[in-house]
Design a protein around this ligand. Structure first.
Ligand code: IPD
Ligand code: CA
Ligand code: CA
Length: 272
C-alpha cells in the first residue's frame, strides 16, 4: 500500500510488534518438538502473549475501541460503534508442530460492518491488508484475485474438521465433489492465510465451515477488495454469523457453489 491510512498503520504496526515475540517463540517450539512434554503449554502461552501485545498496542492508538478477541472474548469499549476482531495466532496446530505457516489477523468493524483488515505472515514477512474502497495489497503490491475461469484448472483450499468438530461426512462429500472437478485441493491450516491467498490469486477459491469471526473477518475484506466474492457455502450472505465461508475469484463462484450445493444436498446435516 503506497499511502497507508492511519487505521491501517495502527493495525500493521501492532501486528509487527506482536510477531517479533511470536517468531522467537516459534524458534523455541521447533526445539521443543523432541522433548517428551511437547510444546503445547508453551504455545498456548505464546498465543496469549501475542494477544496481549496486540491489545496493548491497539488500545494505545484507539483507547475507546472495543474488542472481540479469540482468547479474551468480548471487551466493551467506550466507543460502542468501533471494535477490533482479532486472532493473535491463526494456524496454531502448524505452530505447535513447527510448521512455518501461521498468521496474525486483525479486522476493524464499525457498526457491524467490516471496514479494514490485515493478515500478517511473519515467516514470509507478507503483510496482506485492505480497506473498503481503497483496494487490497500485500506489502507494496496491489492484490487481484486470479483470472482463471476454468474449473479443471482451479486450485481450491479448504479446512478439514478435526477431532471434536462437526460435519465430517458432509466434508467428505464436498471434498469428493471438488476433487473430481478441479486441478487440486490444498489444506494449509490457517483460514486467515487461505483467504489472503485467494485475494492474491494463488488459488481460485477457499471454503470451510464452522469458522469463528476472528478466523475470517480480516480475510473477507481483503478478498472483496481484491475483486473476489465471499458468501456462505451455498451462496447465502450470513458468513460471520454462520462461520461457513466460500471465497472465490469473480468468475468461478457460481460453478463452485454448484459443486458444494450438490454435495450438501446429499447430506442432510450439512452446513449451509
Ligand atoms: C484454525 C485455523 C484452521 C481452521 C480451523 C481454525 P486456530 O484456527 O484457521 O485453518 O481449519 O477451523 O480453528 O485455532 O489455529 O486459530
Ligand atoms: Ca483461528
Ligand atoms: Ca487462534
Amino acid at each position: 500500500m503506497q499511502h497507508r491510512s492511519p487505521i491501517i498503520n495502527v493495525m500493521t504496526s501492532a501486528a509487527r510488534k506482536a510477531s517479533r515475540r511470536l517468531l522467537r517463540d516459534f524458534g523455541e517450539v521447533e526445539n521443543l518438538q523432541v522433548s517428551k512434554k511437547g510444546p503445547a503449554d508453551f504455545v498456548s502461552n505464546a498465543d496469549i502473549k501475542a494477544e496481549e501485545t496486540l491489545r496493548r498496542e491497539l488500545e494505545k492508538a484507539r483507547p475507546d475501541f472495543g474488542f472481540l478477541l479469540e482468547e479474551g472474548g468480548i471487551v466493551e469499549g467506550k466507543d460502542k460503534d468501533n471494535r477490533w476482531i482479532i486472532d493473535p495466532l491463526d494456524g496454531t496446530l502448524n505452530f505447535l508442530h513447527g510448521i512455518p505457516h501461521f498468521s496474525i489477523s486483525i479486522a476493524h468493524e464499525c457498526r457491524g460492518r467490516l471496514l479494514a483488515g490485515i493478515i500478517y505472515d511473519p515467516v514470509r514477512d507478507e503483510m496482506f491488508m485492505a480497506e473498503r474502497g481503497i483496494g487490497a495489497f500485500v506489502n507494496d503490491r496491489r492484490l487481484r484475485v486470479s483470472a482463471r475461469n476454468k474449473l479443471d484448472e482451479a486450485v481450491l483450499a479448504t479446512g478439514i474438521p478435526f477431532l471434536g468438530r462437526k460435519h465430517h461426512p458432509a466434508t467428505l462429500n464436498m471434498l469428493e465433489s471438488v476433487m473430481t472437478n478441479t486441478a487440486g485441493i490444498r489444506r494449509f491450516g490457517s483460514a486467515a492465510l487461505d483467504l489472503a491467498y485467494v485475494a492474491a490469486g494463488r488459488y481460485e477459491g477457499f471454503w470451510e465451515s464452522d469458522l469463528k469471526p476472528w478466523d475470517i473477518a480480516a480475510g473477507l475484506v481483503i478478498v472483496m477488495e481484491a475483486g473476489g466474492l465471499v458468501t456462505e457455502l451455498t451462496g447465502g450472505p450470513d458468513i460471520l454469523a454462520t462461520g461457513n465461508v466460500l471465497a472465490t475469484n469473480d468468475v468461478l463462484h457460481e460453478p463452485i457453489t454448484k459443486l458444494l450445493r450438490t454435495a450438501i444436498k446429499e447430506n442432510k446435516n450439512s452446513p449451509s
